[in-house]
Write a protein of this length. Structure first.
Length: 518
């Protein structure tokens, strides 16, 4: 799978910096190839669209200030669009990733640097002024650092107040960079005046710079401090603060306020309104390690992989996601797809063949699909015939299909008995030699109990050793959810941990099942 990651071009921006950090981590994925592009205008975007060969997903690092030219009318529609949302909404994407949602199921780990030692090995600060700022120290005097773009809500003056209340000797270092967006140049003067109004002890040294620090500069700065502190205002409704990503990467003590922007890491033991600075320094190492683990690069990569796969499904009810999850992203698998219909749209095996290099036997009654099968499904065999007239055993044997196959789909018309007749044919000619790791069987029980298809099919699969993992999967159709399929696994071919974790005895909607899978 290939994903085009779109970021804007202005480096003096927290959204841009988030995008850079995120991409550098996502590109380590073993299952998805991420390609990076910076786009500054609609013209840049349209030029980019002329060369999207092989791209499966467009992934946008989106804020209305940074991609102001993008809207629901000019966004491309040939490929699915996924938006990473920063404190906003946008109705033009096929799927939105809310990076501010910290609930357990939806939490997107933060993009942190896991090995800054390697990143900083041999690094020299980008300017002599920045080097002097970082290297300034006095023996045995603690250094309390902070940084952020120059907005009045960052509470830099409150850091000076708390430090002077708790220390007779200290060094305070503040990096207050002017952002490109919102043009807050005048706010720096206001921030500096607010800082100067605090009662600064003669033995407390305050250093302030407006210089823009590179990523390496910033990590070197944070790593050199005794503690890094952030006393933002409450800011209810805002997104998560990116400053914490840098600070956490350095594994140094952190002191924060009760700001809503710190809700993903909040604890009384690192809150400077409830815990003295020295206590944060002495007691928070274990907590910082927990935060580091919660936001590991591996978890971030896995979370995005699940989201991207969920978006890229071609199945009507996420059957392909079920197979991928049950078989742990298996590549080079084999399927038997009975009732294939369109080779791409609402197809349960297109994703498997096109992005996981699977192959199989596709059986379809409608001969009009023949040319599109040859074009879009070149890996597989295509049998255009009545499913009840196919010699499955001969085809599988002749073409050296493995006896342990990965997926069986039966999606036929229950009311003309083709569904049941085909299953009975497989049971008598195929199931004694071939078994399948996963099965999706369409019984269409919502239309009526035709020929007791559901009851007989369940008995056949049970006798063959299959476990019914999702009975009566329901899909939304004509205004309501209707039960139409049973999904099985074979315990010899699927990890039992997956079965234990996922299995349900109740009828679930396909949308509910999707949340379990991704």
């Amino acid at each position: 799978m290939k994903v085009l990651f779109i970021n804007h071009k202005i480096k003096e921006c927290g959204v841009y910096q988030y995008g850079i950090r995120l991409f550098e981590i996502l590109r380590k994925s073993q299952n998805i190839e991420y390609v990076y592009e910076e786009v500054g205008s609609l013209e840049d975007y349209n030029n980019l669209l002329s060369n999207t060969v092989g791209i499966n997903i467009f992934l946008y690092n989106y804020h209305p200030s940074t991609l102001a030219w993008l809207n629901r009318y000019n966004i491309q529609r040939k490929i699915k669009n996924v938006g990473i949302l920063h404190e906003c909404s946008f109705d033009g994407f096929d799927h939105n990733i809310d990076i501010g949602d910290i609930t357990h199921d939806n939490y997107v780990p933060r993009p942190i640097f896991e090995n800054i030692e390697a990143l900083l090995d041999g690094y020299t600060p980008s300017t002599p002024e920045i080097a002097d700022f970082i290297n300034y120290k006095i023996d045995d005097v603690p250094i309390i650092g902070s940084f952020g773009f120059g907005f009045n809500n960052k509470g830099f003056h409150k850091i000076i107040k708390i430090v002077c209340e708790q220390y007779d000797h200290a060094i305070i270092k503040l990096v207050i960079t002017t952002p490109f967006f919102d043009h807050a140049i005048s706010q720096f003067t206001q921030i500096r005046e607010a800082c100067l109004k605090e009662h600064i002890k003669p033995t407390v040294k305050v250093l302030v710079t407006q210089k823009f620090f590179t990523t390496e500069d910033m990590l070197l700065f944070l790593k050199s401090n005794t503690i890094n502190t952030f006393l933002y205002d409450e800011e209810y409704g805002r997104g998560l603060s990116s400053t914490i990503d840098y600070a956490l990467s350095c594994k140094k003590p952190i002191g924060i306020s009760t700001s809503y922007m710190f809700r993903h890491i909040y604890s009384d033991q690192i809150c400077l309104y409830k815990t003295p600075i020295q206590s944060c320094i002495d007691n928070t190492n274990d907590y910082i390690s927990q935060l580091f683990e919660k936001n590991s690069n591996e978890k971030l990569i896995n979370r995005f992989e699940k989201i991207i796969k969920g978006v890229n499904t071609r199945s009507q009810a996420y059957q392909d996601l079920f197979v991928i999850a049950a078989l742990k992203n298996k590549k080079n698998g084999y399927f038997l797809e009975i009732g294939s219909n369109d080779p791409i749209h609402s197809n349960n095996t297109y994703l498997l063949e096109s992005q996981y290099n699977w192959k199989g036997l596709m059986v379809e009654y409608d001969k009009n699909f023949e040319s599109s099968y040859k074009t879009h499904r070149p890996n597989s065999l295509h049998e255009l015939n009545d499913a009840r007239q196919v010699n499955y055993r001969q085809i599988l044997d002749t073409n050296d299909f493995p006896t342990s196959m990965d997926y069986l789909q039966i999606d036929l018309d229950v009311d003309n008995k083709s569904t049941l007749d085909t299953l009975l044919l497989l049971n008598s000619t195929v199931f004694d030699k071939y078994k399948f790791a996963t099965v999706t069987f369409e019984h269409d029980i919502y239309t009526g109990d035709y020929f007791s298809t559901q009851e007989i099919s369940r008995q056949i699969f049970r006798d063959r050793g299959y476990i019914l993992i999702f009975p009566n999967v329901s899909v939304f159709w004509t205004g309501e959810y209707k039960p139409f399929e049973d999904w099985y696994v074979h315990p010899d071919l699927v990890d039992m941990d997956f079965i234990t974790r996922i299995k349900s005895d109740e009828s679930l909607t396909c949308d509910h099942i999707k949340t379990l899978l991704v």
